[in-house]
Design a protein around this ligand. Structure first.
Ligand SMILES: *Cc1c(COP(=O)(O)O)cnc(C)c1O
Length: 455
């Protein structure tokens, strides 16, 4: 067997030329999205005022295993991909574990995360359709930045509703987005009906992703030749992120490496869905017994403590209903939460696979997550994003269990982004000001009360 290098490189011509569609491998498909007005499955026409046509087609496609990547999109990918796949020799040594640890690092592009993988095709499809502008929301700012980059490249105007607390904590993110020509508005704002209503209902609120989504959708629907784009949660976003898993698998296959455990942090589920896709496809085909672990913050415990129910994607209740694990669209994590992954719901495909027992989920308190981030940064060099550090923490725990049992498990995780844009979180952690907050059952119960009745 060849020695495994620190970085396993891929050539440009080894990059995937198609997106891989996880749902096509599932015998039990996720339940369809519902139109909230009729409670019937949403149709292509229902979604047309909100989303680009090509994205709706992909959203509704549960049968094609592979969907070609357009040439122009592939050419953009070539500027920053393939992304590095690293054997974490130094972390293995620090943990004194017999396990092998691998991570796929998606933070090398300017947006700092995997989000660009979906921004590029989404803007490309909008341009192809002849649309003039796009709206979106952003939390920490990675998605807004990714979309701004793709919009500048393909020449489409973009308006970004940025969660107000994030806009205050991360003013530099706005500067990056504006450099790429995007218009950035702190949400809730007074530019939309949804924003004005939320400001009235929750005076002084720092906003939430769900609230920013309501504003962005409202503007998209009311503006001619404008559509709304989303950086996570939906199935077409997972589809685009499948390039992360496919690149990883091609690289690992060169060395005959089959991961025993695949780990990803889970906000809306897109990077997790992306990294697991080719490995889960094999498991669903009965070829492997790979384990999958989704990692979430204890302060926003969607999979570990949420309900599996139809819910809205946003607090303003303008999106289709998705059958998913959810804390209720009114749920907002406590204000001291700095670790990202704040979304109340979870992608429907990931939810279904979790419900059917193919995926495990764990949650960690944020001080533990930052502790893992620090340990990782000291030996592996990369300063990880707080979101990514949830996966690091789970991978480290798995490797430490191997130390106890002597198992030589092969652990793979997705390092979704760089921590450069979350230095206020690190600052809080370093100064000892970071605390943990775990919602009580009563608090979660209040969120579940906002669930729509669909039966
Ligand atoms: C957005 C983001 C996430 C979470 O989103 P998913 O859709 O769950 O992947 C994780 N890490 C980073 C760095 C992000 O920007």
């Amino acid at each position: 067997m060849k020695n495994i290098p620190y970085k396993i490189y891929l050539e440009e011509d080894e990059m995937p030329r198609s997106y891989q569609n996880l749902r096509a491998y599932m015998k039990d498909k996720p339940d369809p999205m519902l139109n909230p007005a009729t409670l019937k499955p949403v149709s292509f026409e229902d979604m047309r005022p909100v989303f680009c046509d090509a994205c709706i087609e992909q959203e509704l496609n549960v049968s094609d295993k592979f969907i070609p990547i357009p040439e122009e999109v592939f050419n953009f990918y070539k500027m920053y991909r393939p992304s590095p796949l690293v054997r974490a020799y130094n972390l293995e040594k620090a943990l004194d574990t017999p396990a092998e640890i691998y991570y796929k690092f998606e933070g090398t592009n300017t947006s700092g995360s995997h989000k660009l993988n979906s921004a590029v095709p989404q803007v490309y499809y909008a341009k192809q359709q002849g649309l003039k502008s796009l709206t979106t929301e952003t939390g920490a700012g990675q998605w807004g930045t990714a979309l701004s980059m793709a919009s500048a490249f393909f020449g489409v105007d973009t308006k970004v509703y940025m969660v107000k607390v994030s806009a205050q904590q991360k003013p530099h993110r706005k500067a990056v987005m504006e450099t790429y020509g995007a218009q950035v508005i702190a949400s809730p704002s007074d530019t939309t009906e949804a924003g004005r209503k939320i400001n009235e209902m929750y005076p002084g609120t720092g906003g939430s992703l769900g609230c920013a989504i309501s504003e962005a959708v409202e503007v998209a629907v009311k503006t001619p030749n404008c559509r709304y784009v989303l950086g996570s949660v939906l199935n077409h976003v997972l589809l685009h992120q499948s390039i992360v898993g496919q690149e990883t698998k091609t690289a690992l296959d060169k060395y005959g490496i089959k991961p025993d455990v695949v780990i990803g942090c889970a906000g809306g589920g897109s990077n997790f869905g992306g990294i697991i896709t080719p490995f889960m496809a094999e498991r669903l085909e009965g070829k492997t017994n790979t384990e999958f672990i989704a990692v979430e913050p204890a302060s926003c415990p969607t999979l570990t403590r949420g309900r599996y129910a139809y819910d809205f994607g946003d607090i303003g209740k303008v999106t289709p209903l998705i059958k998913m694990y959810t804390l209720g669209s009114g749920f907002m994590p406590s204000a001291n939460h700095a670790g990202g992954l704040r979304y109340h719901g979870m992608n429907g495909t990931i939810s279904k696979l979790y419900h059917d027992g193919y995926i495990k989920a764990v949650s960690y308190e944020q001080t533990k997550v930052f502790e893992a981030a620090e340990a990782f940064a000291k030996v592996e060099g990369y300063l990880p994003a707080p979101e990514s550090s949830h996966a690091i923490k789970a991978a480290m725990d798995e490797a430490l269990r191997c130390r106890e049992t002597g198992e030589k498990k092969k652990i793979l995780f997705c390092l979704t982004g760089t921590g450069y844009f979350d230095l206020s979180g690190y600052q809080k952690y370093n100064s000892g000001e970071m605390s943990d907050y775990i919602p009580t059952d009563e608090e979660l119960e209040a969120g579940f009360k906002s669930l729509p009745v669909t039966e």
